[in-house]
Ligand binder design. Structure first.
Ligand code: BG6
Length: 370
């Protein structure tokens, strides 16, 4: 039931601290080390032999894969390719016995993703599923499954299942990194401990959404909204745009902020709303100043900039019209926090337009045909 919420989506957004906590439960010890007993089906030898990971998914789940790619490559040093299931299946992809397929699906019944994994298995690859539904076809057909424990998700547009998938992706990255000795164990444990703090931070994000709600209502007449992000903020930008299309039927696009100057900046005109996911100023790759420059470039051309930034980032407030602050955390884990205001923004905008947020037109919760 909706339990007093105005929609299943509103309830499921509120369920997110629990979804993250339950997905971590039993898998992360208090010292920060990761145990994934469910993938015992893959031997230590199998894990050492993986020479490439191909992640397959559709829709929102594909953005969880994009986030995982950043974490797996950074910590486990295994090349990761993210593929939309339907595109992957129908070209001639290169798959070997040392390819690990990671199929991500809330329902575990999405036909495109099932077809992609069946095909990969036929080519001799091992398949690991990340799935939210006990006993789903995908889980049954995979060599191992990491269940996301988000609980049943009813709203068509995925929210808590996504943050649970992202969480599982981070766990997988730390697990593979430890198994392959690709990052110092001490560093991995401290990352694991950081991950344990995420549910409380998700709660904090949920407690300060009034501004986002007001913005959503205010912008109900927007014709188009653009989203920009870098690193893990890029898939978050893509997800923000997808949510707005799905729920509010507004034209929206997500871009990698670095790509702005290679094309999308031509779209900027007076009053164009742009939501920018700003990396942490503490990030060692110094992406923060680059994104601040992007904000200056689009502001100079009339964009109305709404930034999603980390607490304490006072710099960004000098340049953006609105700043939505989220608690600070390791930049790589920030996607779990920055995606939430975008979910709420889409929900509010959709409700302000009088639309059915749980059941958008033309969409189904799980698409069981190709
Ligand atoms: C789409 C749903 O059809 O399928 C999306 O509308 C979802 O919300 C996508 O992200 C993938 O679904 P699943 O169950 O494979 O994660």
């Amino acid at each position: 039931s909706k339990g007093g919420w105005s929609s299943f989506m509103a309830k499921e957004i509120a369920d997110q601290p629990q979804a993250v906590a339950d997905t971590l439960m039993g898998r992360l010890a208090s010292d920060g080390s990761v145990r994934l007993s469910e993938i015992d089906g893959l031997t230590a030898e199998d894990i050492k032999n993986i020479d490439r990971i191909i992640m397959v998914a559709c829709g929102t789940a594909s953005y969880a894969c994009d986030v995982a790619k950043y974490a797996i490559e950074k910590f486990a040093r295994i090349p990761v390719q993210v593929e939309l299931s339907h595109e992957f299946r129908y070209r001639d992809p290169i798959i070997t016995a040392n390819t690990l397929i990671v199929a991500v699906s809330q329902s575990g019944e999405t036909m495109d993703t099932l077809m992609a994994t069946r095909f990969a298995k036929e080519q001799g690859a091992k398949v690991l599923a990340i799935c939210n539904t006990q006993g789903a076809t995908l889980a049954r057909e995979s060599d191992a499954t990491i269940y996301t424990h988000a609980g049943p998700e009813v709203a068509v547009a995925s929210t808590k299942a996504l943050v649970a998938q992202i969480t599982a992706g981070y766990l997988l990255a730390l697990f593979l990194a430890a198994g392959r000795n690709a990052t110092e164990q001490k560093v991995l444990r401290s990352l694991g401990q950081e991950l344990l703090k995420m549910p409380a931070r998700v709660t904090q994000v949920l407690e300060r959404l009034d501004d986002v709600r007001a913005l959503g209502k205010e912008m109900a007449n927007a014709k188009s909204v653009l989203f920009l992000g870098r690193n893990v903020g890029f898939p978050v930008a893509m997800e923000g745009a997808l949510k707005l299309k799905e729920l509010a039927y507004i034209h929206a696009e997500g871009f990698a902020a670095g790509e702005l100057k290679h094309g999308p900046i031509a779209l900027i005109e007076e009053g164009q709303p742009v939501i920018v996911i700003v990396p942490s100023p503490r990030d060692s790759d110094s992406l923060h100043p680059k994104v601040i420059s992007n904000i200056q470039e689009i502001r100079a051309r009339g964009a109305k900039v709404i930034a999603v930034a980390e607490d304490g980032d006072t710099d960004v407030a000098n340049f953006a019209e609105h700043v939505i602050y989220v608690p600070s955390c390791e930049n790589i884990f920030s996607s779990i926090l920055t995606v939430i205001p975008l979910q709420v923004f889409a929900l509010e905008l959709s409700s302000a337009k009088g639309l059915d947020v749980d059941q958008p037109r033309n969409l189904a919760k799980s698409v069981t045909v190709e």
